[in-house]
Design a binder for this molecule. Structure first.
Ligand SMILES: *Cc1c(COP(=O)(O)O)cnc(C)c1O
Length: 372
């Protein structure tokens, strides 16, 4: 039976990427691999909209979060983090693990932090060295206005703006240079459409300067080592080749078209779920993942999606466990995928006797997608 993945990482891998990765392994100290590395570097600049270096790490996304912290900060530095979900909470945990002074802005899960709240935190901690944000909070399905926050605080804040862009990069408009961000990280199994195992980290000139004075311990993730042209450690050759192909696809589509596609699919899914009588969760929704409150008999509904309709979606995490379902549209998705998941949701809703109008979800999504 064909199974379909609608999770916010891992995300589906395009056929051409799988074929690229199925080829025999090559050695990393070869002209072929150097060419691939150079191509990847160019693709990443486009993805992050930066003219600076974007470094590829062999790790999951959290490794790049850790690299961001250890390369730019020193023991005892004050930082501002935002707990509006599990991943913002992770910034706090990570910074505390390294002995930083953490001012954690608590935000009700399902809402995004505002520029005013960040401003108030800066008032409380005027010596803060970094503000750490989560562009798309995957645990709640909420997007943060990173551009607005950066714009609002920049006049008074010359520290580092560090962004977890793990489900935002490739899904939301992101202009690293123009928005004056310092560090943005993402992981390969999200908008980059390849399997888990690589992470990418963009740094501004301000952040590169910070790597020279930062005193937190680091070795494998020392970005100064990785910025040099020769390979310090063995790269994940196969994944790098897959990433080259995936970024070629994104370049061909056009990065602004990629953002627009994510926006359109997200709007279609939200319209479809609402039309089926599901209550959307949270405000300022992410373009990567849609959260909705579970219907009555929610556990059964989730089980049916997986076992009877063969679609894998994500459940709520921690405080949201048993309360929401999260459906991804991040990466390799198109209009037909949204109709497919809505069809499966409708069938499962019928099975748990959730009141709805048959076909209403598909009709509402089609109205957004167009093509009448
Ligand atoms: C997936 C995710 C992470 C964690 O990435 P890993 O690859 O699992 O380490 C961090 N932040 C966000 C917003 C994510 O979606």
């Amino acid at each position: 039976m064909r199974t379909r993945l609608f999770t916010p990482g891992p995300t589906p891998v395009p056929e051409s990427v799988m074929l690229r990765m199925a080829q025999p392994i090559i050695h990393h100290r070869t002209p072929e691999f150097q060419t691939a590395q150079a191509e990847l570097a160019e693709g990443l600049k486009l993805l992050f909209q930066t003219s600076g270096d974007v470094i590829t790490l062999t790790s999951s996304g959290t490794g790049a979060m850790e690299a961001a912290v250890v390369n730019t900060l020193s023991p005892g530095d004050a930082v501002i983090t935002v707990n509006a979900g599990k991943f913002g909470e992770r910034w706090g945990e990570l910074c505390r693990a390294y002995g930083l002074r953490v001012e954690e802005v608590m935000v009700e899960w399902g809402r995004a932090v505002t520029a005013e709240e960040i401003g108030a935190a800066l008032d409380r901690v005027p010596d803060a060295r970094a503000v750490l944000l989560t562009h798309s909070e995957t645990s709640t399905g909420v997007a943060t206005d990173v551009r607005g926050i950066a714009q609002a605080i920049r006049p008074r804040f010359d520290g580092l703006i560090i962004v977890d862009g793990i489900t935002a990069v490739g899904a939301h408009e992101l202009r690293f240079d123009e928005w004056d961000l310092d560090v943005v990280v993402t992981g390969s199994q999200k908008g980059v459409m390849i399997p888990p195992g690589l992470a990418f980290i963009a740094l501004s000139e301000r952040a590169w300067r910070a790597t020279e004075t930062a005193r937190l311990p680091r070795f494998y993730f020392d970005l100064r080592t990785m910025r040099k042209p020769e390979e310090a450690w063995t790269p994940a050759v196969t994944l790098v080749l897959g990433a080259v192909e995936a970024l070629r696809m994104l370049r061909e589509e056009g990065i602004e078209n990629v953002w627009a596609r994510h926006d359109r699919l997200a709007r279609a899914l939200r319209a479809g779920l609402s039309a089926l009588g599901l209550k959307l969760f949270g405000v300022s929704p992410s373009n990567a993942v849609t959260s909705a409150e579970l219907p009555e008999r929610g556990a059964e509904f989730m089980k049916l999606l997986k076992e009877r309709y063969h679609v894998t979606v994500a459940a709520g995490q921690e405080a949201l466990k048993g309360r929401i379902v999260r459906i991804a549209h991040l990466g390799y998705y198109d209009d037909a995928d949204m109709l497919t998941i809505l069809y499966a949701v409708e069938r499962a809703l019928a099975d748990v006797e959730h009141p709805h109008t048959p076909g209403a979800g598909l009709a509402a999504a089609r109205a957004v997608l167009g093509g009448e």
